[in-house]
Design a protein around this ligand. Structure first.
Ligand SMILES: *Cc1c(COP(=O)(O)O)cnc(C)c1O
Length: 394
């Protein structure tokens, strides 16, 4: 019998049917490969949607996490822990931010950003300045507020009423932005590279306009770097590519190397907005997650790690561009969108074929999307890209 079947049946029976899944029951992982219950190996160019940024069960990371599990697994935020203090300091010093609020996911990090923006404005200007501009085609999460913020109509079904106070502006359309940036607005929220929306980097001119117009009117800029942050694009934060530092930046996905964690970073302007009792999270800043996060941040900011990420990014780009099946590439660093020359080919079908051949890739809209582990080796890349190109050229 196919060993996967037992696990899959239990999911059918007992796990909510909210995901379309591949028939793959993952058993273990090592480096950039995982193994399913039939002992089939897969090269993973998706890294659990960018979360396993150091690959599977990195030794140094696993040691730090296991040591923390045996030392102190959790305490409430009524108390201090050294591990949270250390991670907060490292995160702030390496990103140039002043303070951080820890949650457990990207959506929570964005909820925190939304609340902070509204309170910043309320404290300074009183009621009525609560609207947040988000971009068409954005993705900010699945909770009610972040879903309301998400600028894609496909997500705005079933769950009415959505939260008020979000206005969509077309990405890279400065006129649209200007028209909507009135005195009801407290913040503009953006992804420098829209991830779920199709791996689309914003234009420099548009980002410049956002920051300039917002600065004039004391409107906050919130950068949702849940996907682009923590080295994914070849800089610690993608904002660095644009020469920008948002008033609030949110992180999650890769932040703790595959342990649930989200973070909301505050600049000097926003660091004192949240006061005792105004926000909280029971698990936020969990010691195990922080222990994993410390290893991640040390590794990514150490030595020539990010240079290597950029080298590998251009290496993949060159390899893919050699194939006539690839029409164009998008994204930044190791956040890569592939548009296929043959428009009749569907990204989802490519991903399925890849999976059958031992390669895991993601999709975003009509594109094949790659989010390889940041420390992937050239050998692993070569193996993965070879399979992918074979499938694309079939
Ligand atoms: C994944 C993602 C989120 C949501 O993160 P969760 O951890 O699933 O809540 C929010 N924003 C962006 C840009 C993302 O890519």
């Amino acid at each position: 019998m196919n060993n996967n079947e037992n696990t899959i049946k239990k999911f059918d029976d007992y796990v909510a049917h909210s995901y379309g899944r591949y028939p793959l029951a993952m058993k273990s992982g090592q480096n950039r490969q995982c193994i399913d219950e039939n002992n089939m190996k897969y090269i993973d160019l998706g890294s659990g949607i960018g979360c396993n940024c150091l690959g599977y069960c990195d030794e140094q990371w696993a040691d730090a996490v296991c040591t923390q599990v045996r030392t102190l697994q959790h305490t409430s935020n009524y108390y201090y822990t050294e591990v949270q203090a250390e991670f907060a300091e490292k995160l702030c010093k390496s990103t140039g931010y002043e303070s951080v609020f820890f949650g457990n996911s990207g959506a929570e990090a964005n909820e925190c950003a939304i609340k902070t923006a509204r309170k910043y404005s309320f404290d300074k200007y009183g009621k009525g300045r609560h609207n947040i501009i988000t971009l068409v085609n954005s993705f900010h999460g699945r909770t009610m507020a972040t879903l309301s913020a998400t600028g894609q109509d496909v997500f705005h079904n079933y769950f009415f009423p959505f939260l008020e106070g979000f206005i969509n502006v077309e990405a890279n359309n400065t006129d649209d932005l200007k028209a909507k940036l009135d005195d009801t607005v407290c913040a503009v929220m953006l992804e420098y590279v829209q991830g779920e929306g199709g791996v689309i980097a914003l234009d420099q001119e548009f980002v410049d306009a956002v920051f300039e117009l917002c600065a004039e009117k004391d409107i906050l800029v919130i950068a949702d770097e849940v996907q682009t942050g923590i080295g994914r694009t070849g800089k610690l934060l993608a904002g660095e590519w644009y020469g920008k530092k948002a008033d609030i930046t949110t992180l999650a996905k890769g932040i703790a190397g595959g342990i649930p964690m989200g973070a909301c970073l505050f600049s000097s302007k926003t660091k004192d907005v949240l006061t005792a009792g105004t926000h909280g999270s029971t698990f936020g800043g969990n010691p195990i997650a922080c222990a994993g996060g410390i290893v991640v941040i040390d590794r990514i900011t150490g030595g020539d790690f990010l240079d290597e990420v950029n080298k590998k990014a251009s290496y993949i780009k060159t390899k893919l561009e050699e194939s006539s099946a690839v029409k164009s590439l998008s994204g930044k660093g190791l956040m890569i969108g592939i548009t296929l020359s043959d428009e009749s080919k569907k990204a989802a079908d490519i991903a399925k074929k890849a999976f059958e051949k031992g390669l895991l890739v993601l999709t975003a809209k009509e594109k094949v999307r790659l989010l390889p582990p940041l420390n992937i080796t050239y050998d692993e890349l070569n193996d993965g890209i070879k399979i992918l190109i074979e499938i694309l050229e079939e």
